[in-house]
Ligand binder design. Structure first.
Ligand code: BES
Ligand code: ZN
Length: 477
């Protein structure tokens, strides 16, 4: 390890409480992108972040992405926060992406602590709060890479460009066009891309990730009566929207997770023997899933099948029903309009448009069979394609070496089940290798109640991000 890298690591070890304090400030801003009433908070988070990077020595700018219609209101999209530090033509340039928006969270969802107040629990060694792992911890890890070098008065080993968005949790609206437009502008001269917005496979061993699933998200609306009805007065007399919806939605997927819509599974790339072996050998056990879910509910007890279900096969999840009676008590209502929400995670070689077409055709056929007098409308959000990168690139070599530097082990090479819509855009529009280098663990509970980041992952993860930059600079080619 070279001297400056060692100094950097020592600095991070000695400034743990500063890192925690800054994360607490970030978590305290409820930057929920999916709810129009929180939009000012998302923008506030962007401003806060820009200021932090400015103070850490970066040149920054914000870029408006236009407007969107959300919850029936037309509102401004949150801006991209761009930052840049270093302009030395003898050094490599790494582009870092992260997101400063978060998923919604309410204490009443079942949190043990206030979701937007970071709580450090000395017993568990964890930092609890919405966004701690997804994705505020990792973006502050990058911030502290800058702060450490500035305080120590040592140069960064590479030039850095940062692209932070505030809409990732809501489909990255507006970002694709921005990246395409800036490929030869702000993002010119980039040699490789690094994203820290994913998790280890389990709770002990780090990983490096070279694939993500895409996503197609659907809304299925059924409406009939002009208003909600009393089931004692109208029950049995009218076609009920919810009955139609449940019938259609129950035709999508088997309880074991097999997608039943024709034309979907047929698009999935064949599994090769070589690929199968990778899953057989991956360091993972069913109990990792059980610990993360707090249950024993895996669809199979066979490790490779469970892993492949997440990493290399599509899945269909039913998310919710807007308009359905969902409060406590026994209200005897017939909802007049219901909207079922579901999504399909996409893998190579699935074509998003072909998936959308297959789903629409299936839903229309199912609805026709019901002979219902209600009306049905099926719509899809703009889908995100799956992404797969070449792990034999020097970008991955640097990540492997950095993991060895910090954790003393060779990381697993994984694919992930989640989606980060912009990943493929970076790969395609910049024509550069993209790497996913996680900070958190599989049981962090991103999107869930009691989201956390282990303090050790925050600290070591920050050391990992900085060390990765040193390993990038050490590669000669
Ligand atoms: N950090 C996640 C992506 C992720 C999830 C990586 C699971 C690895 C494992 C990201 O913030 C996220 O949740 N993305 C959304 C994107 C969607 C709204 C288009 C997702 O995957 O649901
Ligand atoms: Zn995320």
């Amino acid at each position: 390890m070279i001297e400056n890298q060692a100094k950097f690591i020592k600095y991070i070890e000695e400034h743990k409480s500063d890192l925690v304090k800054t994360l607490a400030e970030a978590v305290a801003i409820p930057s929920v992108s999916g709810d129009a009433s929180y939009r000012p908070q998302v923008r506030k988070m962007g401003e806060w972040l820009e200021k932090q990077f400015q103070e850490a020595g970066a040149k920054t700018s914000t870029h408006e992405l236009g407007k969107q219609t959300l919850d029936g209101k037309e509102i401004d999209l949150p801006p991209v926060v761009y930052a840049q530090i270093g302009d030395d033509s003898s050094k490599k340039t790494v582009l870092v992406y992260g997101h400063y928006d978060v998923q919604p969270a309410l204490k009443s969802d079942g949190w043990n602590t206030e979701p937007f107040k970071l709580e450090e629990d000395q017993k568990t060694g964890c930092l609890y709060g919405r966004g701690s792992t997804d994705d505020k911890g990792p973006i502050l890890g990058w911030l502290y890479v800058l702060l450490a070098h500035k305080s120590l008065g040592i140069p960064l080993p590479v030039n850095l460009k940062f692209c932070f968005e505030g809409m990732e949790e809501s489909g990255s609206v507006g970002l694709e066009d921005f990246v395409a437009k800036e490929a030869k502008g702000l993002f010119s001269g980039v040699d490789a891309v690094c994203i820290s917005d994913n998790y280890w496979l389990g709770t002990v061993k780090p990983c490096v990730t070279h694939g993500l699933r895409g996503i197609a998200y659907f809304k299925l609306e059924i409406k009939g009566p002009a208003r909600d009805l009393h089931s004692g007065v109208f029950g049995g007399m009218v076609h009920e929207p919810m009955t139609d919806l449940i019938k259609i939605m129950s035709s999508f997927v088997s309880p074991e997770g097999k997608i039943l819509i024709p034309g979907i599974n047929e698009q999935v790339a064949e599994l090769t023997d070589k690929e199968r072996k990778v899953y057989d050998e991956m360091d993972f056990s069913i109990s990792d899933v059980d610990n993360a879910t707090g249950s024993s509910t895996t669809v199979s007890d066979h490790k490779p099948d469970v892993l492949m279900a997440r990493m290399r096969y599509p899945s269909l999840s039913l998310h919710g029903v807007e308009g359905a009676f969902a409060e406590p008590g026994s209200k005897t209502v017939i909802p007049a309009r219901v909207v079922g929400k579901f999504s399909i995670r996409l893998v190579p070689d699935m074509q998003p448009q072909k998936v959308v077409d297959a789903v629409k055709k299936h839903v229309e056929e199912q609805f026709k069979q019901l002979n219902s007098k209600n009306t049905m409308n099926i719509s899809a959000d703009p889908p995100g394609k799956p992404w797969l990168a070449d792990p034999n690139h020097w970008n991955y070599e640097a990540a492997f070496k950095a993991t060895q530097d910090i954790y003393g082990v060779k990381p697993d090479l994984t694919r992930e089940g989640g989606s980060i819509p912009i990943t493929l855009t970076f790969a395609d529009k910049l024509d550069k290798n993209v790497l996913l280098l996680p900070m958190g663990r599989s049981d962090d509970g991103a999107h869930s109640t009691n989201e956390k980041l282990d303090t050790s992952n925050y600290i070591k993860g920050t050391e990992l991000l900085g060390s990765y930059l040193y390993e990038v600079s050490a590669i000669t080619n």
